[in-house]
Write a protein that binds this ligand. Sequence first.
Ligand code: PA5
Length: 441
Amino acid sequence: MGIKFTVQGEAVQKQELSALSGEVVRCHEALHNKTGKGNDFVGWVDLPQNYDKVEFERIKKAAAKIKQDSSVLVVIGIGGSYLGTRTALDFIKSPYYNELKKDTPDIYFVGNNISSAYLNDILQILGDRDFSINVISKSGTTTEPAIAFRIFKQLLEKKYGKGEAAKRIYATTDGAKGALKEMCNQEGYETFVIPDDVGGRFTVLTAVGLLSMAVAGVDIDAVMAGARASMEAYAKADIWQNECYQYAAMRYLFYKQGKTIEILANYEPHMTSFGEWFKQLFAESEGKDGKGVFPVSANFSTDLHSIGQFIQEGGRYFFETVLWSKEPKTPAILPFDEADGDGLNFLAGKELQFVNSKAFAGTMLAHMDGGVPNMVVEIERMDAWHFGALVYFFEKAVGISGYLLDVNPFDQPGVEAYKKNMFALLGKPGYEELTAKLEAR
Ligand code: PA5
């Protein structure tokens, strides 16, 4: 297996983990037998094996067409219909994917905020270049992507006419319902289906993530192969044979000890958005009924020069999980300098990855000395296969840790509260009573 999970130093609590092993088996069975909370939404568990192979080929075909007729793909979506897709591109390709030399279209993400400044910047970048749209919304009714879709759809229709524009719109949504699905039926857009039993934050391995990955030239077969390898590696109920379950159980133990925040730290800017995806996955899955570990992310060594002080010496209510790639994406060597004014010649000829690895080891030891438990999720390299494998590792972990907490890890009722207030304050028909109450406040 290409992922190695370890708990560092004294933090390994073998006795406590052993005591939890029965509970972990119960959670495993609830997940696999579909008898636990939210069991209508566990389609992701065997997705790496049971995905729609016909649609998978259609995704590749659509990607080939987009590559051939567009220099930009505008991807519209928010939350689970955005973060995984963005993460895949940054992790497998680069956060500078658009700027780097390549023979695939640029990809820009919109509909993930309501900022007019952001929108105008993207419109300016787009200019009069040929483009296509991938609009992604499981419900088909989310406000942020709906606003962006209206704007970019009008732009597309103005540029190409309604008929040609419709051939450049790819919609990824529910198979049967929602405003977006209805528009697809009326306008004849090519449509990809988000399976009913896969919730938004678990959709990166569906057409949600796969279409833009394929457009960017990612080997999506390798992504699914990595996910499948994880699926097989983490299928055992026994905690001592399942590192994913060890991670889930350790999180739970730390939580019970008052460590209520988890920092997912990385040492690679290519992993920054992986931290954003992780935050949604764990926050929406666990944060309910007054419970849950609050997930945050940190980008080292950058953040060691900002929040590093707090991690070392501040309140002791968090633990750290480091996501580490053994190999760098591309190597770089520190050159020799005759004058040695910076005193760095003792490192001349060394790989930057070597320096990074010492920053990692030194930081981990310092944080542990400061009372911060540390765990490590290590991969060989940042490629398509390992991306698929990691996605599944964290999805499986959150399923188990959610069940350990005895919450429904697959719903997100709390996300609705802000929407209701926003609609009421905007004067949406049907919200009159709430509008009056909120305005009084
Ligand atoms: O986890 C969730 O379900 C949400 O955060 C959604 O991902 C987000 O609201 C986008 O929803 P939709 O895909 O329905 O537009």
